[in-house]
Design a protein around this ligand. Structure first.
Ligand code: NAG
Ligand code: NAG
Ligand code: NAG
Length: 525
């Protein structure tokens, strides 16, 4: 064998012995929304963006049916509320696995790879109420998987909040909360023996939000004027610091080599001073670049996280705002699957692709009746905002500062759309009025809801949205002109198009009428 061939062989062997570690990017798909994009449309969106992994918080049959045959790898979840039952009874665990896993897997079925046993069950604010169920629930479900012949394929994990260990000031001092030491040791042993990663949720945004002296640039990935020096290691971003705090904590219970996956990580786009599009884009793109370069962290050089699931796929306007208004605005896509900002996930598309064929309700809105004064709307406003989402009206929201009357219109419309445009829901004792003219202004988008009675339908391009024409044109032009007329907009409606926009769109396909029709879902004559 020549020296060259020998060197080549040595290289090959080395490559085989140590396959280069690579992180895979996935997303969290939550469904706490009254405007749910139909699951088949979501699956198309995931595939168009080449996202190969998805993490669910439950095992919703409609979602799982849509994922069948998609090739996506799926994590389903035992909810915290289900933990006690599953922990207390092997039969309950068998039933859970039969109903939520076994019946979906197999040829042409759903590629379920993980079951999350609880969601952040050790969260400090739960005051230990789920803690004792976790290991027994895992044990029972593992037995059920063995019986179902799925144990070698489907692995159990427990997504943990970083508050399980977060108290340390230096990463090397990382240690699990004292009351969790025993459970974490059992959990790590379990994961280690089954070859599953420790799953942790990391949120530099929350560190910044909760602490006024948290150095802002340390939350991002562009280097920091306040690096954390920890012995021989220097940390320039909170993500790495947090990750290595976990590595250190695992090391102290004897599992310093356990693979780690990131169950949730992301940045919201509104609802707090540091939540905005620029910051969200900077964080998520920085994270993707960080992960894609496979450099790892000081304690795990060259070993990136096993998987990274972005939080979140969509904005979810039914989430609790107890933590803050930002809670409803974590999506890389708006509620209806439109990209909020350019993001390269490193999966082949330079930017995110929008959802297509979203079945919007007709292009109409509910606003405050201009003929009425606003003397008697306070209670209506309160009711509307208690049911639907008005967080965008607050300071730090995209509709902040639109004025009193517009505030009322916004609230009325949110409620009206949530009620699926039921005419009665726009009454408000005569203070409401239905309009066919998009009341959106600037960044403030008056939404049009989604018709989730259909599984998919024609699209008006989401353009109630004031979004098309401002960067969404690329997607708009992909919609077929043949769809016009499906949205029941009366023929007398006209719309002010910017001449420039018309010109741009006419150029795109040469069919001015069709493009005007799809630009904003309102049809001329
Ligand atoms: C967006 O958030 C970042 C991060 O906190 C902040 O530095 C920036 O000023 C914010 N931008 C705007 C326009 O509010
Ligand atoms: C609009 O509503 C928001 C949120 O309730 C409030 O902060 C703001 O002051 C309102 N604006 C006017 C002009 O009433
Ligand atoms: C978490 C989850 O979705 N669990 C489901 C398992 O299956 C049963 C029966 O279909 C549902 O009732 C549970 O909600």
């Amino acid at each position: 064998m020549g020296a060259f061939a020998a060197a080549l062989l040595a290289l090959l062997l080395a490559a085989m012995a140590a396959p280069p570690a690579e992180a895979a990017v996935g997303v969290n798909w939550g469904t706490l929304s009254s405007h749910r994009v139909p699951p088949p449309v979501v699956v198309d969106l995931l595939r168009a963006n080449r996202i190969g992994k998805v993490k669910l918080f439950d095992a919703d049959p409609a979602v799982l049916r849509a994922l069948a045959g998609s090739g996506l790898q799926v994590m389903v979840g035992v909810t915290n509320a289900e933990l006690a039952a599953v922990a207390g009874s092997p039969a309950a665990a068998d039933a859970w696995v039969a109903q939520n896993v076994s019946r979906y897997v197999g040829r042409g079925g759903v590629d379920i790879r993980y079951i999350a046993v609880g969601n952040e069950p050790f969260l400090t604010s739960y005051q230990g109420q789920f803690q004792s169920y976790v290991i027994p629930a895992m044990t029972n479900i593992q037995q059920s998987l063995v019986k179902a012949n799925l144990a070698s394929y489907v692995k159990l994990v427990v997504p943990c909040n970083a508050d399980a260990y977060q108290s340390a000031s230096l990463p090397s001092q990382g240690v699990f909360r004292t009351e969790l030491t025993q459970i974490m040791t059992q959990l790590a042993a379990f994961l280690s023996s089954s070859g599953a990663p420790f799953v942790v949720n990391i949120y530099p945004f929350l560190s910044l939000y909760q602490s006024s002296d948290f150095p802002q640039d340390y939350a991002f990935f562009e280097g920091s004027t306040h690096p954390v020096v920890d012995g021989p290691n220097t940390y320039y971003n909170a993500f790495d610091g947090n990750f290595d705090t976990l590595v250190a904590a695992l090391g102290k219970i004897g599992y310093g080599q356990l693979p780690i996956a990131i169950g949730e990580v992301g940045w919201p786009t509104e609802g707090a001073p540091s939540a905005n599009l620029t910051a969200a884009r900077a964080f998520n793109q920085g994270l993707m670049n960080r992960v894609m370069n496979n450099k790892g962290t000081p304690l795990r050089p060259g070993v990136p996280p096993a998987d990274v699931y972005l939080f979140s796929l969509f904005d979810e306007e039914q989430k609790s705002i107890l933590p803050g208004n930002f809670e409803r605005h974590w999506g890389i896509f708006s509620f209806d699957g439109q990209a909020k900002y350019p993001l390269n996930l490193g999966l082949g598309n330079p930017v995110l692709k929008n959802a297509r064929e979203v079945p919007y309700l007709p292009s109409r809105w509910c606003i405050a009746n201009p003929a009425q004064n606003l003397d008697n709307v306070a209670n209506h406003l309160k009711l509307a905002c208690s049911m639907a989402d008005c967080t965008t009206l607050d300071y730090g929201g995209s509709c902040y500062g639109i004025g009193e009357k517009a505030n009322v219109s916004y609230a009325f419309n949110s409620y009206y759309q949530q009620q699926k445009q039921d005419a009665k829901s726009c009454d408000f004792d005569g203070n409401g009025m239905i309009t066919y003219l998009d009341p959106s202004m600037g960044e403030c988008r008056f939404l049009v809801g989604i018709d989730d009675s259909k599984s998919s339908a024609v699209s008006s391009c989401g353009c109630g949205c004031g979004r098309c024409g401002g960067g969404g044109d690329e997607e708009c032009k992909q919609h077929e002109p043949g769809h016009k007329g499906k949205n029941s907009v009366p023929p007398h409606v006209s719309f002010l198009f910017s001449p420039l926009l018309m010109l741009q769109n006419a150029e795109l396909s040469g069919d001015l009428y069709a493009n005007m029709a799809v630009i904003c879902g309102v049809y001329i004559l």
